[in-house]
Design a protein around this ligand. Structure first.
Ligand SMILES: *[C@@H]1O[C@H](CO)[C@@H](O)[C@H](O)[C@H]1NC(C)=O
Ligand SMILES: *[C@@H]1O[C@H](CO)[C@@H](O)[C@H](O)[C@H]1NC(C)=O
Length: 334
């Protein structure tokens, strides 16, 4: 009797769990998996699909609210669709906050402020292609190469893609922890003391911790002689630095950037102090006119071209240091 009862219960439960999958979404799930090259074990597939469905609902709800004027940006399903927000933050955000170090402060002269209304360094050859850090907390390395690439171009007029893997494998002595996170300033220190950083082709990205440093002096593609900080929290100073100097390395709270797709990102709950992700500011500008005008920063991310606006994001500017954009801004001297 008991056995029959248990048998019935288990049949009912199996029925319920298969019912949680909307068969109308079978094809979308298959297409999404094949588009992003996802393969799962048998047990994993079920909960990945549940997570994906939850994310899909969240994105739909957000975009509906956006169409009614509640948000300034849209979301889109992407390759992070099978990750919970916790998992996403654990894997993708590798900026480690450290004690403030002594470094020179960038100080523009008063007449240098607000000279340019808008600038986009991508148009002037300062910026390499959007890269993809993969499932490795190496954002700090991508942010560092981004500003080094820009300053090297400014000096030599040659745009050379620099090696993040070189930084991941070789800057542990400077306090970085490879795929488990690091700091942009420690990466600059490494390049300075190493008298060079390799280029992307001769030291390619693996997205994994390499325990042996394979730097070769003959491939030195850029140097660094130090770095300067932008006054903490000062968006006007940051804009002046972007206009005068070029792309600048910054850190942000990117906890809810997972499905950003277009528009100007703004979230009043975004933190100014809990920074977890390093990116690159490559410019700024204004959208709309008069009262409706909204200033934005142009952010280069390292989550591939399928994230955001071909890999880029527009982040609200002059909105009280949104997501901490000006809380930790630095650039290398080359
Ligand atoms: C960087 O500096 C080192 C040491 O001075 C030099 O050997 C190397 O060629 C430099 N690299 C570049 C790209 O200028
Ligand atoms: C804004 O941030 C809050 C708290 O960090 C979060 O719960 C919420 O989902 C975010 N909203 C959007 C639209 O990203």
């Amino acid at each position: 009797m008991m056995k029959i009862f248990l048998f019935l219960v288990s049949c009912i439960l199996t029925g319920i769990s298969s019912l949680t999958f909307d068969p109308a979404l079978d094809e979308d799930w298959m297409k999404w998996k094949s588009l992003h090259g996802k393969q799962y074990g048998k047990n994993e597939e079920n909960w990945r699909r549940i997570t994906w469905k939850k994310n899909l609902n969240k994105i739909k709800q957000h975009n509906l609210e956006q169409s009614m004027g509640k948000h300034t940006f849209r979301m889109e399903m992407n390759h992070f669709g099978d990750m919970t927000n916790e998992e996403f933050n654990q894997q993708m955000n590798g900026f480690v906050q450290g004690k403030p170090e002594s470094s020179t402060l960038y100080e523009p002269a008063p007449h240098e402020y607000d000279v340019l209304q808008a600038i986009d360094w991508r148009k002037y050859g300062f910026v390499t292609e959007v890269k993809n850090q993969g499932r490795c907390g190496s954002c700090w390395a991508f942010s560092a190469t981004g500003s080094l690439e820009g300053q090297t171009f400014k000096k030599t007029r040659k745009l050379i893609s620099l090696s993040e893997q070189n930084l991941i494998d070789c800057s542990r002595r400077h306090g970085n922890k490879g795929c488990c996170g690091g700091r942009v300033t420690a990466a600059f220190k490494y390049v300075e003391q190493n008298y060079g950083i390799d280029n992307e082709n001769s030291y390619p990205y693996t997205g994994m911790d390499g325990w042996r440093c394979k730097y070769k002096r003959q491939y030195s593609a850029a140097n660094c002689t130090g770095y300067e900080r932008i006054k903490k929290g000062d968006e006007r100073a940051l804009a002046t630095a972007v206009a005068q100097i070029g792309p600048i390395s910054v850190s942000v709270d990117s906890t809810h950037f997972q499905f950003y797709c277009s528009g100007i990102y703004h979230n009043k709950s975004c933190s100014k102090t809990k920074l977890n992700h390093a990116v690159l500011v490559v410019g700024y500008g204004t959208n709309g006119k008069g009262k409706a005008a909204q200033n934005y920063w142009i952010i280069k991310n390292s989550w591939g071209k399928r994230w955001g606006n071909k890999g880029y994001m527009f982040l609200a500017k002059d909105m009280n240091n949104q997501c901490g954009i000006a809380s930790n801004a630095v650039y290398p001297l080359v």
